[in-house]
Design a protein around this ligand. Sequence first.
Ligand code: SF4
Length: 340
Amino acid sequence: MTVNLKDLTFARQDELIAALGEPKFRAKQVRDWLYAKNCRDITLMTNLSKPLREKLAVEHTAEGLKTLHRRAAADGTIKYLFGLADGLSVETVYIPEEKRKTVCVSTQVGCKFSCAFCATGSQGFTRNLSLGEILNQVIEARVDAGDVTNVVFMGMGEPLDNYQAVVEAARMLNAKEGFNIGGRRITISTAGLAPQIEKLAGEGLNVNIAVSLHAADNAIRTRLMPINKKFPVEKLMDALTHYPLKEGRRITMEVILFDGVNDSAQDAKKLVRALHGLRAKVNLIRFNPVAGAELQPSPRERVEQFRQSLENSGLDATIRISRGGDIEAACGQLKSAKMG
Ligand code: SF4
């Protein structure tokens, strides 16, 4: 079976190079081709000897993903549909802003968690993406769109449900011999898998975490996110309180406001209470309705009122502009079958 070099951790790449009888620095050279030079063909790694390239290529590849579809929005956001080796596909979004160029990567084909507002959740779960499939999304976006300064794990799937691959991908994005992207520029998002958050706390990763909170009231949150039944708000907050945050860092709480569901003054108060004592900031997001969803976006004035009441209670809250809405590339709208 052919193995993609990007599916191997640094340690496994080192082992491979040693097994081929080559000095250690060759592994560094391979990494330079893979992660700094976007190389997707072993035969083009020209500072490796020809015999080494031939040996490597017997059982390995550096292949990228097939771009099945590419759609650019008026605001510059690009949505890709990438084909995987087994015929499945995932979506990736590139979001250019003045000071940063962000890639939003998928971590699973589909998702198990069925959040009420999410297009991905409605398509069910198929499989986890491999380490290489996650990294390849960044590489493909970089080849097509140019520079990438930030990576967010917020595409299709629940990142912490594909724990090992996501942690390894985050490490390699951050590593100097990898993509060399600063930890402050990498964000892992989660629907609130409390045990995995606790485990993540022990990984020594220098990255940001974002939590899809949406409501601090258990009944409302369970309606929006059934996973809340298993890991209710108190349990989630407990895991987050113990998360080791670096100096100056805060946990981002994502809150999509839905008309008449979680956008009242009372909801704002509950949110303030739940986040008391936690180093957190709140991103308020206006909902992009997905076809067939019964949930509707909160009116703009109510979103602003909600933000005001959080601010009045000392919580830092920003209204986030959802990018790429016209191509269904905004939060909760990724779903491979719907592309086009
Ligand atoms: S919001 Fe995230 S966790 Fe919820 S269904 Fe969608 S992809 Fe899954």
